[in-house]
Design a protein. Sequence first.
Length: 313
Amino acid sequence: MSARRVQEAALDWVSAHRDRFALGEDALAADGQVNRTWKPLGELAQVCASVSARTPRSDPLHARVAELLDFAWQQTREGEMFPLMQSLEPFATYPLEVYAAFASAGYRHPGYEASAAVVARTRGWRLTEQYPTRRLGVIEAERRSGLPPHGTVPGALDRTWLGGLPEPWTFERAAGYALTHVVFHLTEWGRAPQGVPPELADYLRHWLAPWLDTCLEARMWDLSCELLAVAASLPEPPEPAVTEDAWRRVAAAQHTCGAVPEEGAFQDVAPPARDDPYDFTDCYHSTLMAVFAAALATARREDAEHAGQGVPG
């Protein structure tokens, strides 16, 4: 299966570059760049937590993502950095969103959860202005962290692009990333396909394939991998022929080192002879998304095979 080969190679790259996800001295700096410190680490944690949950312990890849998740947790000093972050930015939501990824895998810091619960009871927290998709994510982060959600999922969902069932021709890059994250939040990052409401599932079943084809034609590999993750998260995934063709195209774009570019091809950005042709920031997210989407696709295929044999999936 193309997805499995892509996953193995991409995970090789992530493991070889894990030190690039490490938090530096600027992680708690007042002028620190969150997108270059906490964001990559949080994304590593989320992908590894989801892949670990959807990969059997007997699979060698399970142990590899578990090691990466342990590494990521150690970067937070076993959770001790979350209270420090909260003291610096009490009403920032990203610390809780990163923490929720760890909490979903069983990594907990009771002290942080207690202090976060106090902040989450304030009007300032509830009234923080956010994009609808982000608000949905914060509600889910609260739930995964053991905090009472400050809103309802249906209420937040109705205000998102996907929740409104928009005209399919209005799909573009920003809408694409918004819809993928709506599905990730609804399905607990691929663990609960039944979390997608029937009307959204029907809508995506009709339009996901042409949207995916559009992104593949445009060589938007990062968004393509996210859409493949969505495909593997639906109650009824698209026809296997659709996703297999997509995985062959992603595999063709993947560099021999395992990295997947966000867009274009490696010949566009660096000489092909280089062992590591991309800057870290130009490929780490798309490579993580390849690992994530491939793990979900493999798990759904195995679930279907077990169901066909009368074995619980």
